[in-house]
Design a protein around this ligand. Structure first.
Ligand SMILES: C[S@@+](CC[C@H](N)C(=O)[O-])C[C@H]1O[C@@H](n2cnc3c(N)ncnc32)[C@H](O)[C@@H]1O
Length: 503
């Protein structure tokens, strides 16, 4: 992933972008900042921003409700001094250099507004991660999955500093309500606070063009939870409706550039706050009733384990040490993978062979295989993170040949593929195993998997990205709703899971 971007961006731009990524510094555009500030500043004399950056929210505040006090903190001295130099902050603004996670202010606020840093968890320090644990235990009474990033703890910490009847507006990536941790998080928030509204953005109205994230604004009050909330979808950039809606306490609901729905909290939480309302959300059947799902094979080093026919020939490794495999979603663009598909890939020089020396003792391996393994060892492969957990290191992960694949992260349609070539997939795909080997069952399931209503339900279980791509994890794909009318139409009987669950 990194390599690809590196090739496309000139060096200076690449470094700048990486610097931003390390610090999670993506500035909020004025039309969004003004709307958010209009919502929180309703009854408040002082507005707090826990990650002030270049002061987007203070700039907005000066325009929307001048003469309010502002308190901003940021961990990055460079960014604070740049903002000061630019003259963004005047005497109504107090600034502090401070870490909001490790050293939050010891007071409550009537208004908190933020675009919290979005930093991938592998870029965070151990000290920060230890603090995350403490924050979630203290507030939620439980820990959250390790994939919850810094922005999630910004939200929890900020909510814990929200005064009675105080308001909070946070703009966050959609993973906040789509991630594996989100059920626990929203369970806590929805029981303790009043979720007034949620704003999402149409792809063409994204507040962060060029950043592959699907942004969502959460508008929350420290008040008794209510059964209804307002859910909006912003259709145009620079939307005036967004500002008016938030300024008028989410009361009006007639704007050209903003779609607004009144949703029940129960439905919104069940479907997911980043997703459109869905009246019938009590699904009788999910994919797990008919199939089980596993991710594709992670080799740990595709350049060594995943070879082209040509490479295999040059290395003189016998055919029986390979499994036919497919790596990239782009290598399977149609609904079927057949012998023909594999032949075409071979002709294009794409790798199609997975090195699979499993089950043969070292002394029984042919010289060509031994020397290939020794070469890999010399180049330090055995020490790589995933590979070093294997015994011996060159032993490949095992997957039964799946009947269906699911291409789960693509800018084009996510979709199911029928595997008629007996291949195993790498991690670009998920493996889908029908719960019965009965031919008729498999054929019916295949019809159901391709049905537009099944494909459209993917957005209910997937993680959405700015570009419109959806990523679906194996456990989430098992939760994919299958419409009961389809189940009836195809007379598809759900298998008794308890009896057929293996693995
Ligand atoms: C996404 S930017 C948003 C800045 C600004 N509020 C805006 O909306 O344009 C997040 C800011 O949080 C700061 N930040 C990152 N980690 C922080 C921490 N632990 N405590 C306080 N600020 C932090 C970053 O330096 C960055 O300026």
């Amino acid at each position: 992933m990194k390599k690809v971007i590196h090739q496309k961006l000139p060096n200076k731009q690449w470094n700048e972008r990486e610097k931003l990524r390390d610090k999670g510094q993506f500035w909020t555009p004025d039309w969004v900042a003004e709307a958010m500030v209009a919502y929180v500043s309703h009854d408040a004399d002082l507005i707090f921003d826990p990650g002030v950056g270049m002061g987007a929210f203070y700039t907005a505040l000066k325009k929307v409700t001048p003469r309010r006090m502002f308190f901003g903190i940021d961990i990055d001295p460079e960014v604070i001094s740049q903002a000061k130099e630019k003259g963004i902050f005047d005497r109504n603004a107090q600034l502090e250099m401070r870490d909001f996670i490790l050293n939050p202010p010891q007071k409550l606020f009537k208004a908190i507004v933020a675009n919290p840093p979005y930093i991938r968890h592998h870029r965070l320090s151990q000290e920060q991660k230890d603090q995350f644990r403490k924050i979630s235990l203290l507030n939620i009474g439980d820990t959250l999955d390790g994939r919850a990033g810094l922005h999630i703890y910004f939200l929890i910490q900020a909510l814990s500093l929200l005064d009675k009847s105080g308001r909070l507006a946070f703009i966050m990536p959609a993973d906040t309500c789509e991630g594996v941790f989100s059920k626990k998080l929203w369970n806590w928030i929805s029981k303790k606070f009043c979720i007034d509204g949620v704003i999402t953005f149409d792809q063409k109205a994204t507040p962060f063009p060029g950043v592959d994230t699907n942004a969502v604004i959460f508008l929350i009050r420290n008040a008794r939870p209510q059964e209804k909330l307002k859910w909006g979808r912003c259709l145009e950039p620079q939307s005036r409706g967004l500002f008016e809606f938030l300024k008028n306490d989410l009361l009006d609901d007639n704007f050209d550039d903003l779609e607004i729905y009144n949703r029940s909290l129960e439905e919104a939480l069940s479907v997911g706050l980043s997703r459109k309302p869905l009246e019938d959300h009590h699904f009788e059947f999910t994919l797990a009733d008919f199939a089980r799902v596993m991710r594709g094979i992670a080799t740990g080093a595709n350049e060594f384990f995943f070879l082209t026919k040509e490479q295999a020939k040059n290395l003189q490794i016998p055919e029986k040490f390979f499994l036919p495999a497919i790596g990239r979603t782009r290598d399977a663009e149609e609904s079927f993978i057949t012998e023909e598909t594999i032949k075409r890939l071979e002709e294009k020089g794409r790798p199609t062979l997975l090195f699979f020396p499993n089950g043969v003792k070292w002394e029984d391996l042919p010289e060509s295989v031994k020397s290939y393994i020794q070469e890999g060892e010399k180049s330090g492969l055995a020490k790589r993170a995933l590979i070093s957990t294997r015994q011996p290191w060159y032993k490949m992960e095992v997957r039964e040949v799946p009947m269906f694949l699911f291409a789960y992260l693509g800018r084009r349609n996510a979709r199911f593929i029928k595997n008629e070539a007996g291949i195993v997939p790498l991690t670009g795909f998920l493996c889908v195993y029908p719960r019965s080997n009965d031919k008729e069952f498999i054929e019916k399931l295949w019809q159901v998997l391709q049905h537009p209503s099944t494909i459209s339900n993917l957005q209910l279980v997937g993680k959405s990205y700015g570009s419109g791509a959806i990523k679906v994890e194996p456990r989430s794909l098992e939760k994919l709703p299958i419409n009961s009318t389809l189940v009836k139409e195809f007379d598809l009987h759900p298998a008794k899971r308890e009896l057929t669950l293996f693995a």
